[in-house]
Design a protein around this ligand. Structure first.
Ligand code: ADP
Ligand code: MG
Length: 233
């Protein structure tokens, strides 16, 4: 029988404090926040409430002054330089507002990027990561070989967003962090993209922390959190 450890967490935030400049008033003061393995959480909050800053702290892009952030059992604050970058690509998939694709590389090459930098992601992507990349792109509605091999910069915003999602998902990272990735899409495209993202996360078993100010998108998540209720700054 399969043993399910319902207590397993992929993210634990503990007594976190973060100010953009030392000595300034913190923009984040969070006592406790956690995500279970595979859980899909919608984090909402008005503009300027610290959502992007929190994701940057979880991703280890900014260093917090106080408190701890554990991702997959590792305290990211204790990691330095290259080790932090390696840990991020091993365990975290990122989808940001600006998709940060490499513009002159193809959609497929962009999706395969985490596998080039992370042995863990490569091994988890199966015997042939390229097949895994093509399957993800296909699931996300990008199957046309001409599109898959086209430079990322020649794709539409919606297509680039799908490429960014496939890149985050490949090699089943423990945690996907998505920061308002639907903001450039029209209403119908938003909903369908979000459905695809949630379904893919469920199928590969990655937890999802999806950040948005748009409450029309919060249905269908395991949990909805309002940052203004957890952020005491
Ligand atoms: P949200 O994503 O919820 O809109 P942010 O995390 O972007 O909010 O911003 C929270 C606060 O941090 C705001 O007061 C914002 O002005 C400030 N802030 C955001 N990014 C920076 C930055 N790079 N440098 C200094 N202050 C920043
Ligand atoms: Mg933001």
């Amino acid at each position: 029988m399969e043993v399910i450890d319902s207590g397993a967490t992929v993210l634990t935030v503990n007594k976190l404090e973060y100010a953009w400049k030392k000595g300034e008033v913190p923009v984040l003061r969070i006592d406790a926040l956690g995500l279970s393995t595979g859980e899909r959480v919608f984090l909402r909050g008005p503009s300027g409430s610290g959502k992007s800053t929190l994701l940057a702290a979880i991703a280890g892009v900014v260093d917090v002054q106080r408190g701890g952030i554990e991702v997959a059992g590792t305290d990211v604050g204790q990691l330095k330089g290259g080790a932090k970058d390696r840990f991020r690509v091993d365990h975290v998939g990122l989808i940001f507002q600006m998709f940060n694709l490499i513009p002159w590389q193809s959609a497929l090459e962009n999706v395969l990027m985490p596998c080039r930098f992370s042995r863990r992601r490569r091994e988890r992507a199966g015997a042939d990561p390229k097949l895994s990349a093509l399957r993800l792109l296909d699931d996300l509605g990008l199957s046309d070989p001409a599109l898959v091999s086209a430079p990322a910069m020649s794709l539409s915003v919606g297509q680039q967003q799908r490429v960014a999602a496939a890149r985050a998902l490949i090699g089943t990272p423990d945690l996907i962090l998505a920061d308002e990735p639907t903001s450039a899409l029209d209403e119908d495209a938003k909903i369908s993209f979000l459905e695809l993202l949630k379904r893919e996360c469920a199928s590969v078993g990655s937890a999802l922390l999806f950040v948005s100010h748009d409450r029309s998108l919060e249905r269908g998540f395991d949990r909805v959190l309002d940052i203004t209720e957890v952020n005491k700054a």
